[in-house]
Design a protein around this ligand. Structure first.
Ligand SMILES: [Fe+2]
Length: 141
């Protein structure tokens, strides 16, 4: 759950950074899409931290600890727009992987409420994946 928390924070930060720094022909669309993405992702960080507390563990949110826990790597703060989308697509896969790992553990320990939350989050991230993939298709044409 701590890795998932760190990945969620890292994905939200990167999407917001790209929301600020994106440039090019489709600026308005990309700026808005990235704004919606980081807003959605950041919106659940609190819930993830509170689930960690329900498990009687302490929730980390210091920059150093987040950097230590996350599987998402730091990238150029202002790459070309399609590189941004590709990076976020790959990072979103890492978020899904960390949710699935947490889900397996939740199932093993019969944490039913938590596993329900994690199932819902996978569904939302699959939707992000679809949207990111659809933007990338434009590049391939
Ligand atoms: Fe904004």
């Amino acid at each position: 759950m701590k890795v998932y928390l760190a990945n969620n924070v890292a994905l939200g930060m990167k999407a917001q950074q790209y929301h600020w720094n994106v440039e090019g022909d489709d600026f308005a669309q990309h700026h808005e899409f990235l704004g919606n993405l980081y807003t959605e992702v950041d919106g659940v960080t609190d819930q993830i931290g509170e689930y960690i507390r329900t498990l009687d563990a302490y929730a980390p949110l210091s920059p150093a600890r987040i950097a230590e826990l996350t599987t998402i790597n730091d990238t150029d703060p202002a790459p070309e727009a399609m590189v941004m989308i590709r990076n976020l697509f790959n990072d979103n896969v890492k978020v899904i992987d960390s949710i699935v790992e947490a889900f397996r553990l939740a199932e093993r320990y019969s944490e039913i409420g938590l596993s329900n939350f994690l199932q819902d989050r996978v569904a939302v991230h699959k939707k992000h994946q679809w949207m990111l993939r659809s933007i990338l298709k434009k590049e391939e044409k």
